[in-house]
Design a protein. Structure first.
Length: 161
């Protein structure tokens, strides 16, 4: 017996997660999207995994560039998360008026994040409507903030002091 999409969506809303922006720069154009499907899968070698919708512009650009960046967002970045989640259209420059940094591969990452990763695509596996991308971490830095932005039950939350 299969679980329908509405039921699964309702149940998955009970999973609290951090919030990231996955980004890429290719042929002079930058793009990114808010992603909560992110985790570390290995320390040696250093590997992370993300899940992106197959139809997303971000995935198409990552496939072309073979690299991507990840910013773990801080509690101060709620508006940025919303913009990269679709508040700013897919064809618009989501990085306009956003202060960015880069590490080694040129992917723009959002200044003010908790942490940053530069990744090289190690493998991509397509499953139904999404693709799982395993990235080899080629550079990583801790940001200047220390409190994460959290997402739970369709709302942003913050850790208490």
């Amino acid at each position: 017996m299969s679980v329908d999409q509405d039921r699964l969506r309702s149940v998955m809303r009970k999973w609290a997660s951090g919030v990231t922006v996955v980004s890429v720069k290719h042929n002079g154009k930058s793009h990114g999207m808010t992603v909560s499907s992110f985790t570390s899968i290995s320390l040696d070698p250093p590997l992370v995994i993300i899940s992106l919708m197959n139809e997303s512009r971000t995935l198409r650009m990552i496939l072309e560039a073979n690299v991507f960046g990840i910013t773990i967002l801080s509690r101060e970045q709620t508006e940025i998360s919303s913009a990269f989640a679709g508040k700013v259209g897919d064809d618009e420059d989501r990085f306009a008026n956003i202060d960015t940094i880069t590490l080694t591969n040129g992917s723009p990452m959002i200044r003010g994040g908790l942490a940053y990763f530069d990744c090289r695509v190690k493998s991509i596996n397509e499953y139904a409507s999404n693709s799982l991308i395993i990235g080899e971490v080629i550079a990583a830095e801790v940001g200047e903030y220390d409190r994460p932005l959290l997402y739970f039950d369709q709302h942003y939350h913050q850790l208490q002091e």
